[in-house]
Design a protein around this ligand. Structure first.
Ligand code: UDP
Length: 323
């Protein structure tokens, strides 16, 4: 199939582009390279352009005629979303709206959306299922929730338009081949920060909050290897191709690790007892997010292959050392 991938030069997008390419799909990546990298696009064509540039987008879609679109392009840093909410509503909500408008013009009817566990906010029940109420506690989660809402309304108005929204939990690790991995200019994510601290790029790793209502007082997250997540996208594509209806799926392993447990794993994998400092809570962080994943296992026949925190950290470490 011809698949248009927005944000295909980014961390998750580039892993999915690789998997699409390996599976014989024709890929066009549409990315403005603000956080992505051209070298990360291992298959297909790269068009460097912005989603806000409707004319350019129209031209690309008119020429490429995608059978499906995977929409990764977004801003994803929770603290930044609190400081600069308009950036998030613009990049994540308005650009999705814009993209959908153009897709409607060309009758592109299959859409796979990168959503997030941040739409749940402080979940009442853990693991959290897809039916749980959505109460995002930061503009990042809210911007994605609004885009999901637009998708739900659109499919209701026109059932020919079908989408899959994948709610990512904490994505980490790298493809074993060491050609792609997380390569943000500024890294805020825990595993990457920990490994960069082990490398000596940072003096110490700060643990944001030690008084959460969790077993050891630090936040708990469900870390999922990027290649398992990439596989979920290919399955979502197959599901839509086979006539599957619009649906939302959690993408996580169904178990959580605390910040302290991640630190321990990072120290063990690297063999470096890098310094940590206990710090204040970071604004916008829910105490715990763990995926209920029965739905994706059942409806997309998705089975995790890398459900192993040390493996995740090891692949991220190999990548980090190579960079
Ligand atoms: N975290 C931390 N120190 C850091 C980076 C993150 O203690 O240097 C914590 C953060 O407060 C959160 C968890 O690690 O509880 C995961 O944060 P991350 O930014 O990796 O992902 P998020 O869950 O915000 O998407």
């Amino acid at each position: 199939m011809r698949v248009l991938v927005t944000g295909g030069a980014g961390y998750i997008g580039s892993h999915v582009v690789k998997l699409l390419g390996e599976n014989g799909h024709e890929v066009l990546t549409y990315d403005n390279l603000t956080t992505g990298n051209d070298w990360a696009v291992l298959y297909g064509t790269l068009v460097v352009a912005d989603l806000a540039d409707t004319e350019r987008l129209r031209t690309v879609i008119r020429e490429f005629r995608p059978g499906a679109v995977m929409h990764f392009a977004a801003s994803i840093v929770v603290p930044e979303s609190i400081r600069d909410p308009l950036k998030y509503y613009s990049n994540n909500t308005a650009n999705t709206l814009n993209l959908l408008g153009v897709l409607r013009e060309f009758a592109v009817e299959r859409f796979i959306f990168s959503s997030t566990a941040a739409v749940y906010g402080i979940a009442e029940e853990i693991p959290v299922t897809e039916e749980a109420p959505l109460h995002p506690i930061n503009p990042y989660g809210m911007s994605k929730m609004m885009a999901e809402r637009i998708l739900a309304d659109l499919t209701r108005a026109d059932p020919l338009f079908r989408y899959v929204s994948l709610r990512y939990f904490n994505v980490a690790g790298a493809d074993g081949g060491n050609r792609i991995g997380q390569a943000y200019r500024e890294s805020t994510h825990l595993i990457t920060r920990a490994l960069k601290t082990a490398k000596g790029e940072f003096e110490k790793l700060r643990i944001f909050g030690t008084d959460y209502p969790t077993p050891d007082g630090t936040c708990v997250r469900d870390y999922i290897h990027v290649n398992d997540l990439a596989d979920a996208h290919l399955r979502a594509l197959g599901y839509l191709e086979n006539g599957g209806g619009s649906a939302v799926f959690n993408c996580g392993y169904g178990r959580g690790y605390s910040v302290r447990e991640v630190v321990r794993a990072a120290r063990e994998v690297t063999g470096i007892a890098f310094p940590v400092e206990e710090a204040e809570r970071r604004e916008g962080d829910p105490p715990a997010l763990i995926a209920g994943n029965e739905k994706i296992r059942r409806d997309l026949c998705w089975t995790p292959r890398y459900d192993d925190l040390k493996y995740i950290v090891r692949t991220a470490w190999e990548w980090e050392r190579k960079r």
